[in-house]
Each structure stands twice: as structure tokens, then as C-alpha cells.
Ligand binder design. Structure first.
Ligand code: SAH
Length: 347
């Protein structure tokens, strides 16, 4: 890629409109280009066939458009697909497509690697670390959508891949804005979910901001002692009481609720006393709990809670009318399940 060319994906809609105006073109040209990128998912300027050959050449002299480069593409027996993408600087990120009924959920990364070092998460072992740019986040959707068969479309997005979205909030917000915008990917905001380990100041900035997608909080423990052990960095910064107080203060729009994710680790956070504490912690917060069986990886220092115990834990929460769902594990055979993303372990 020649450095002086503008990457069309790096421009937000307004910037793209001024770029087109600077070429001396009419405004509707920008709308045509946006439609090619975000509705038709083309991966090159040459494919924008309602621009004349001459215009496509002129645009190609000034700009580039390209989807992410696929390093590895794995398909699970359950329909889950995992993509390992290589970025322009050689860093790698993973993206997972999960098929469930008619739903197509794309689990995307917000950083290459992660700095939080949660002890149950494989991404923590990733050596290479940097924030993704907004276009690298959106491009995960564009690149996977372009490969799907006619009639199959990504319906939901979760920022639960590699990285901590709230540690890269500006780029994540810009990317989410493009996912939900009418001239962008036009996903309903309730179908986009950002997941965070609990960075309170950024969560508060997000709640005040204009992008009204869902927020899911990875709680994973009911005491500071256990949370310090499994999420050492984030819990030192923002201990449980502060995190729950921030959630209680959040002014959620009507009918919106928070989700607390809770990874079930055998003998660590899965007792009925934990369930009781979880009920107390979440009291007064409009929320639901999503229990996630721990997905093991080579060398993992934990085991998953047994199915029986997970159901006992869930039943205790349900008895007290706390909405609680249990996440089904998908893509285990290709190490694509939740928390298993780390390019170094790709078979
Ligand atoms: N940093 C963000 C998003 C990435 S992790 C966050 O912490 O939310 C996305 C979810 O995967 C989190 O709920 C996390 O607790 C969970 N997770 C990480 N490793 C896991 C594993 N090995 N098994 C099951 N869930 C895991």
C-alpha cells in the first residue's frame, strides 16, 4: 500500500464526504461509495461499477479500500468459524462467527492482545499489544460479511474477542457508530454489545455518550479476594464495591438493562454462597446474569464447574427472580470458544 493514499475505511462518513467533495465530485457520489462499502461489502474500488471507469481510476490514484488479510480460517463442526487476520503491521487478531438458528453473531476484537492479564483468559498470554483503529474494528465485520453466502448476514456483534474495549473507547465508539448508522452497517443498537472487565471511568464516559449499544460487565467473582486472584489488574484499580456502585448509578434508558458475565471456575467462584453474594451485589440494578462455563486451554490453571453445579447455581439465582442465562459453548474444537482466542495457540 502506498502511504500517501487515503484508506477509505479509515474515514468516518463526514470525512468521506469531504474527501469526495475535494475530488470535485457531487455529494451523491459519496453516498454511492458508502453503499458499496457498507451495503455491498466490496473489497476494492474497481468493483464500484456505478462509478465510470475513469472515476474509479481517479479514486484509485488517491485512495485504497481493502478488507483484512486472512492468515487462517477454521470451521468447527457446529458451524462456528474462526478467522485469524493479519493487520498491516503484521499483528494478528481473531474474529469468530457463531451460527445459532437464524442468528449470526460476530465476536470481534478491540485490541491485538490485552493488558489486563486475567488469569483465566488465553488472550492474556499474547505478547503483542496495541489498540485497534476504528477501521480495523469495523473491517472485521466487512471482511467476514463479504465471505458469507448470498442471503446470510451478520445479525449481532459482540466485542468479546481479544482485548478490553473500554481501554480503547474512542476507536470502539467510532466503530460502533458505524455499525449502527443508517448509511453504515445499520445494525439495531440492541444487537451490538460491548463487554468490559469493568473500567469505571470509561464506562461512565460511554454511558454519557451518544452510542447506545449494550454494555456487558465481566463480573466473574463475588468477593475482592477471588476477583483479585482472577482479574488482578482491573480489580486493584476498581474493586467490586466501586464497580457495583457505578452500575447502580448508571442511568439506563427505559427497557435497557446491564448484563453481568460470570465465568464458572470449579471451586473458585461457583458455590451457593457465591450465588447468595451475587444476588446481594446485583440488588437494585436492572440486569441479567450470563453464566459462562469456563473454556479450558492448554496449561489453564482452572477447570470448569460441573454441569450439575452450574444448574444449582443458576437455579438459586432464578429462585430470587434474577434473570440468568447459561451460555452454550461453541467452536471448542477450533479453540474459538469464549476466552480461547490467542493466535499463538491456533492449531
Ligand atoms: N475484556 C473484555 C472483553 C473480552 S473477554 C471483558 O473482560 O469483558 C470476553 C468474555 O470472555 C469475558 O466475560 C470473559 O470473562 C470471558 N472469558 C475469558 N476467558 C474465558 C475462558 N477461558 N472461558 C470462558 N470465558 C472466558
Amino acid at each position: 500500500m502506498t502511504p500517501h493514499k487515503t484508506n477509505l475505511l479509515a474515514l468516518d462518513f463526514e470525512a468521506l464526504r469531504s474527501f469526495v467533495a475535494d475530488l470535485g465530485w457531487k455529494r451523491y457520489r459519496a453516498d454511492q461509495i458508502l453503499a458499496w462499502i457498507y451495503k455491498s461489502h466490496v473489497s476494492e474500488i474497481a468493483a464500484m461499477t456505478n462509478l465510470s471507469m475513469g472515476d474509479r481510476e481517479k479514486l484509485s490514484e488517491k485512495a485504497t479500500l481493502s478488507h483484512l488479510q486472512i492468515h487462517t480460517h477454521l470451521k468447527s463442526s457446529d458451524g462456528t468459524e474462526k478467522f485469524l487476520f493479519t493487520l498491516a503491521d503484521g499483528k494478528q487478531i481473531e474474529t469468530v462467527l457463531i451460527r445459532e438458528g437464524r442468528r449470526r453473531t460476530l465476536c470481534i476484537s478491540s485490541q491485538a492482545g490485552c493488558t489486563l492479564d486475567c488469569t483465566f483468559c488465553l488472550t492474556a498470554l499474547e505478547g503483542l499489544k496495541r489498540n485497534l483503529k476504528a477501521d480495523e474494528i469495523v473491517n472485521q465485520l466487512l471482511s467476514v460479511q463479504a465471505l458469507l453466502p448470498e442471503g446470510e448476514a451478520i445479525t449481532n456483534v459482540v466485542l468479546m474477542g481479544m482485548g478490553e474495549p473500554m481501554a480503547n473507547l474512542a476507536a470502539v465508539s467510532a466503530a460502533c457508530a458505524r455499525m449502527i448508522a443508517p448509511e453504515g452497517l445499520q445494525l439495531a443498537p440492541r444487537r451490538v454489545t460491548i463487554s468490559t472487565a469493568g473500567l469505571i471511568p470509561q464506562m461512565e464516559t460511554f454511558w454519557k455518550g451518544p452510542v447506545s449499544v449494550n454494555l456487558s460487565i465481566s463480573l466473574n467473582a463475588t468477593t475482592d479476594a477471588v476477583r483479585d486472584r482472577i482479574m488482578p489488574k482491573v480489580n486493584k484499580l476498581y474493586p467490586l464495591a466501586e464497580l457495583m456502585a457505578a452500575c447502580r448509578r448508571a442511568k439506563l434508558p427505559p427497557r435497557k438493562s446491564l448484563t453481568f458475565e460470570y465465568v464458572m471456575l470449579a471451586g473458585v467462584n461457583d458455590s451457593l454462597e457465591d450465588a447468595e453474594r451475587l444476588l446481594r451485589l446485583t440488588q437494585g440494578i436492572r440486569c441479567k446474569v450470563n453464566l459462562i462455563p469456563f473454556n479450558a486451554f492448554p496449561g489453564a490453571p482452572f477447570q470448569s464447574t460441573s454441569e450439575d453445579q452450574i444448574l444449582r447455581f443458576q437455579n438459586r439465582l432464578l429462585q430470587s427472580k434474577l434473570r440468568t442465562t447459561l451460555r452454550k459453548s461453541k467452536g471448542r474444537d477450533i479453540l474459538a470458544a469464549c476466552g480461547q482466542l490467542n493466535s499463538q495457540f491456533t492449531p
